[in-house]
Design a protein. Structure first.
Length: 373
């Protein structure tokens, strides 16, 4: 199914809707007016035949208020985990009530980064989502912050929404924000212009976000939303940012056809889309100019083109691939440990056996286990 505008959301067979804490929670309590309005929108989509998955923040904010924790429950990792444990109960309750008012069954699903990084666990999560949707439920997904650590977590639900969309085989992801979409500068600045259509997230856009440009897009920030768009576009999924502060936010965005649409620029195989969407590389392999050219033509990464190895990892780990100036080329699953990679760095195939003590493998990163971009 080809979706290219906000108004096309009415044609989505399967849709992921993400709402953040800033929209859902006010002064430690759920914003029931906004929640009720959004639930009504979801019910309308369901009446049109769409299956809807909700990715909802809010557990830490809700739990912190109940426990009386400082800084919204984010003063420490322990506070955040405790707040999430309490808040998730309340978050599930308010969603069950809001959706239940439209005779829709809510289903809570908590995931960690590891659940979607590991291939077997990713497939298990995908199967659970599929069964829930087939049974007519509305899955309400959140990161399991009660066990997530600072080092191993999504950290924002924008990227989580894109990964859930991949796992569920969704047609579109809808990120509800506090402004109309992505702007070319801070939304309140003079001359700020809404960017209505993005055909591929470019390095220039990523660089602009990395430099700290504000998008006014809530706690996830511009960088997180661009990263989410890259995950979605790789899997052939449209991602849109719309204003979630308006009454009936989805219906309003569809009626006005207003927001920012990120169009998918490719449709990788299911496995390569999963690989490209993984977020936690364990190391970095830097290659020379000749290797950059070869990779661009679809070749595997060979040891002869390897010029530097960062990190400590084992065979099968996810690694980032960088060019000689630090530019990101892609990522893939490495065929050697970090120690072995350093041993054969820059060597041709005939020279590798003496260093390794066994016949070398076909590649350091095989093209079948690599994604570009």
């Amino acid at each position: 199914m080809s979706l290219s505008a906000i108004s096309d959301i009415v044609n989505a067979r399967r849709l992921v809707v993400k709402i953040g804490s800033a929209l859902l929670v006010e002064r430690g309590e759920a914003n029931f007016a906004r929640l009720t309005s959004l639930a009504a929108d979801i019910a309308k989509l369901r009446e049109r035949g769409a299956q809807v998955i909700v990715v909802s923040s809010g557990a830490i904010a809700l739990g912190a208020a109940r426990l009386g924790l400082p800084k919204g429950g984010r003063a420490s990792l322990a506070d955040a985990q405790a707040a999430a444990s309490v808040g998730q109960v309340k978050l599930a309750q308010v969603w069950a009530e809001a959706l239940g008012a439209h005779d829709l069954q809510a289903a809570q699903m908590l995931v960690t980064l590891g659940d979607l990084e590991d291939r077997r666990r990713y497939l298990n999560a995908a199967a659970t989502l599929e069964r829930l949707l087939d049974a007519g439920a509305v899955p309400v997904v959140n990161e399991n912050d009660s066990v997530a650590t600072e080092e191993i977590r999504f950290g924002d639900n924008d990227r989580l929404a894109a990964r859930v969309a991949q796992a569920a085989g969704a047609d579109a992801v809808l990120l509800l924000s506090d402004v109309d979409g992505l702007y070319d500068r801070a939304p309140g600045a003079d001359g700020a212009t809404l960017i209505e259509r993005v055909e591929g997230v470019t390095p220039e856009l990523i660089a602009m976000a990395d430099e700290g440009s504000s998008s006014g897009l809530g706690s996830g920030g511009m960088t997180a939303k661009l990263q989410a768009a890259r995950i979605a576009e790789r899997a052939g999924i449209m991602l849109a940012i719309v204003n979630g502060t308006r009454p009936s936010p989805i219906s309003s965005a569809i009626a006005d056809n207003r927001g920012t649409v990120f169009l998918p620029v490719r449709s990788d195989s299911a496995r390569k889309a999963w690989l490209g969407g993984r977020l936690a590389p364990e190391g970095v392999l830097t290659v020379d100019e000749g290797c950059v050219k070869a990779l661009g033509e679809g070749a595997s990464l060979l040891a002869a083109g390897l010029v530097d190895v960062e990190g400590e990892f084992q065979r099968g780990a996810l690694v980032s691939l960088h060019g000689p100036r630090g530019e990101r080329l892609g990522q893939g699953l490495v065929e050697y440990s970090a120690q072995e990679c350093r041993a054969i760095l820059g060597l041709k195939e005939a020279e590798q056996e003496a260093k390794l003590g066994y016949a070398p493998r076909a590649a350091v990163v095989h093209r079948d286990h690599m994604v570009q971009g």
